[in-house]
Each structure stands twice: as C-alpha cells, then as structure tokens.
Design a protein around this ligand. Structure first.
Ligand SMILES: [Zn+2]
Length: 471
C-alpha cells in the first residue's frame, strides 16, 4: 500500500509531462499512459561514469521513469569521493563504483533495474553500445568522451579508425555498412543520441549530441581550450591574484634559484618552498589569499569537484534524456553552459556541425575504377579540387597502406604502391579511408587529415545511392 502510494506520488510530476499536450512538445509526441509505460518498458539508457555526475544521473533517471538502466565505470571507490558521490559509504571504499551505485539506486527506487559494468569503456564490444536508446555521459576526461562519440557516430556509417586502440573492434565495424542516404543525411534508425554533462568547480555544461544532425564532440573539440596559462609578464611585473604569486614562485623564481633542478610537484619540500616564496611575493604586493592548499591547487592544476554543480548538471542531463526518449519537449539546442562562480549565469548556444568532421561527417566521395593503383590514387589526391593533398599517407581500417614517414614504415609499405587500391581494401565495393598529407593554401603549408568515402565503379553491391550526392 505504502509502496503504491509512493509510485503514484513519484509519477505525479512525470505525468504532467507525459500525459498531456503542450506548446513545446516535440514533433512525434503522443501523450498518454502508453507513453509512460513504453518509457518504462522499451527505453534503455547507458550511463557512462559512476562518479560525481554518474551517481546523480542514475538517481535522476530512475526517478524520471526509466526502468532499464546500465552503468559502466572502471574505477573503485576512494575516501575522497565520499563528499559528493552520495551513493557511496565509508564501508564501500575499494569496491567498484558501478556495482555499488547500481545496488544503492535499486534499493531506493522500486522497479528500476540497473546493470553495472565494472570495466573500461574500450573493453566492450561495439554492439554493446548499439543496444541502448540513449547514451548519457558523466565523464571528466576528454579522451573518454571522444571515444564514446566515435563509437556512437560510427553507427551512422563505416568506421573512423583514427585511434589505434579501436583496432580490436575492427571485425565488428566491418559488419557495419555505410548508412547515409542520398543527401548525405544519416538515416534516422542509425542515430544514437548522446547527452553529455561536464563540471569543473562551479562551472558546467550540458549538451545534446544527435550524430549526423547536431555537432558531435569532435566538431567542437576546440571548446576544450588548452589549459589557461598566465602571461609571464603579468607574473613578473603586475601580479593581481594569489594564483599569480604562486605561479611566479613556481615558474620564474624556482628556475632563478635552483638552476637546472626540475620542480617536482609531488615533493612536499618543493611545494613548501614554492608556497613560502609565494607568500613573500604576495606580501610585497599586498595580495591576500595565498595558502598551502591553494599553492597545491594552482601548481597541480587541481579543480575542486562541487556536489551542487554536479547535481544541477545531472538534473539537466536527465531532463534532456527524458525529452529525447518521450518527445515531451523539444531538446536543448544544443549546448548549455552553467556558471555559478558569482551569482548564476546560464546560456544556451547553438553550435553548428563541422561538415568536414572526420567523425560524424560522411567524408569526401571519390569514385574509382578497380584498377587504380595506390600510387595513382595518391596522385589523384593532389589534383582533387576538394583535397589538394600532396605527399599523402593512406590508412584503411587502421591498416597502413602507404606511409610517407618514418623511413622504416615507408619501406615496409612501398611495395603496396603498385597494387590496385581495390585489392588493398580487401575488394570491398565501398569503404572509408583516411589520408594525411600536406595542403597548401595561399603558400601556407599545413598538414591535414581527411576522411574519404571510396566507391569502386562496376562492383556488385554499389547502388546509385552510394554514388549520388557527395560531400
Ligand atoms: Zn562531428
């Protein structure tokens, strides 16, 4: 009785979204109890990461009507996690995060089923990721995001083998056929939506990635700027903050005093020296706030994780997931930033797709005769108006077909030059190759990596659709 009462009150807010129409609903929205039941029965969501964001995400999704959840995380619980990763207790230290997080949410939310995976994201077969309706990312690493992005975008078409560690998945990728329609738009059934959250101290972001439709992670990789460094002149002449004083001691004073000795951030004596020099500097300029822990934070670039930021970002991610699954509202379009450093500031920016994106773009279409040799292919790239690529190296599904450098690889792959490209690509009628080489634009030379969609003429299995359009 108490349990069914809890169920009623639990779905009350959700029902307001799912049982009735509204002005902001998505194009395919069909309100009603069926929708709520379908969400429970058929929607399956993978949460990547069971840390600060992951714990919040699992709880939020479970309370938003999702019944089929899975979570993947390779880490074990540490004492330092306990202040914000609220599903974990002191007695859980040392246990896998994914397993404990799943268990705790299932204990508290009746009816939800969470399957934990205690492993690296790279350890799973690609089919594993293809089985989910939506993938939600609660990660703190650019590399891991990039990996999942490549996997999810890969379901749109053939493999993008730009990372060597994908190699062992090649056979699975080979089973996938290009799935672009004649306009180079991905077919709807191959789209794997992702919701990505990230936090850094009091700042955070939420983004919705619909591969092939909205910009993917790689399209906007520049959003992650290189680490901020203070200009040396500021540090040397016009320090204004405690961090400036610390960086002065760390980057300038240390070298002046310890000629040739490398600073070791893990050596407490070194850190203490930087701290006391920073204090002297701060006193000289009348700047408050230099402490030992701030010194550690600045020098090691530690950004504190803040529970409330994680809660806000996760809640927004869970809501976007619900919108995608139910169409109860149009989704975020497409990138929200949150800043709680002073007061509160949020903003949504609509980024655009990079049409030449190596991950989510279809690649430059090239039609070829089966007799064209690799050498001829490489010289075609020089004259191709969209490429103008000289001294190209060519890879196919992670295999080096020809490498211009280093000399050892050049020698190993040289004999391929006189073989037909068709043979080197295992006689598949169509596939993607990646080429790197030099492009010259108004006398400026730059190295560039391009994705090419090769279609061989007159081979069974090539349809008009494959040769229509172009990139
Ligand atoms: Zn992209």
């Amino acid at each position: 009785m108490a349990d069914s009462m809890a169920q009623v009150s639990r779905s009350r807010d959700l029902d307001k979204l799912l049982l009735r129409h509204g002005h902001l609903v998505g194009p395919n929205f069909e309100p009603g109890p069926d929708l709520r039941d379908d969400l429970r029965e058929y929607a399956s969501v993978l949460v990547v990461g069971a840390g600060g964001l992951g714990c919040e995400l699992l709880k939020d999704l479970a309370l938003s009507g999702f019944r089929n959840l899975e979570v993947i995380d390779m880490d074990r619980i540490e004492v330092s996690n306990l202040n914000r990763q609220f599903l974990f207790r002191l007695g859980d230290v040392g246990k896998p995060k994914a397993e404990v997080a799943a268990k705790r949410v299932m204990e508290r939310v009746a009816g939800v089923n969470i399957v934990p995976h205690f492993c690296r994201i790279e350890d799973k077969e690609l089919d594993f990721y293809n089985d989910f309706s939506i993938i939600v990312l609660g990660l703190d690493s650019i590399e891991a995001r990039s990996y999942i992005n490549t996997v999810a975008c890969g379901f749109l078409g053939p493999l993008i083998p730009h990372r060597v560690r994908l190699k062992r998945h090649m056979t699975t990728w080979q089973a996938l056929r290009p799935k672009y329609n004649s306009d180079d738009n991905p077919r709807e059934e191959t789209i794997k939506p992702m919701v990505d959250g990230g936090t850094e101290g009091f700042k955070g972001h939420v983004r919705v990635i619909v591969p092939g439709v909205t910009p993917c992670f790689e399209c906007t990789i520049w959003l992650f700027p290189p680490q901020v460094k203070f200009p040396l002149c500021t540090l040397a002449e016009t320090p204004r903050t405690a961090a400036h004083c610390i960086e002065y001691a760390h980057l300038i004073k240390w070298d002046e005093v310890h000629s040739g000795k490398t600073f070791d951030p893990d050596n407490p004596e070194h850190m203490q020296w930087v701290y006391s020099e920073a204090v002297k500097r701060a006193e000289l300029f009348g700047i408050p706030g230099v402490t030992y822990s701030l010194t550690q934070g600045v020098v090691k670039n530690i950004i504190p994780a803040i529970a409330s930021t994680n809660a806000i970002i996760s809640a927004a991610c869970a809501l976007e997931t619900l919108k995608i699954a139910s169409a109860c509202s149009k989704t975020l379009s497409n990138y929200l930033t949150y800043n709680g450093v002073e007061g509160l500031h949020t903003k949504v920016t609509e980024f655009v797709k990079d049409k030449d994106c190596l991950v989510c773009g279809p690649g430059v279409l090239m039609e070829m005769a089966t007799l064209v040799t690799l050498r001829e292919f490489i010289s075609l790239l020089e004259d191709h108006p969209k490429l103008l690529l000289s001294r190209a190296s060519v890879t196919h599904r992670g295999k080096n077909l020809y490498m211009q450098a280093p000399p050892v690889l050049e020698e190993m792959t040289r004999s391929n030059l006189d073989l037909p490209l068709f043979d080197l690509m295992d006689k598949v009628p169509k596939d993607v190759v990646h080429v790197t080489g030099t492009t010259s634009k108004s006398d400026k030379k730059a190295s560039s990596l391009r994705k090419l969609r090769i279609v061989f003429k007159g081979v069974d299995g090539v349809t008009d659709m494959d040769t229509a359009g172009g990139a």
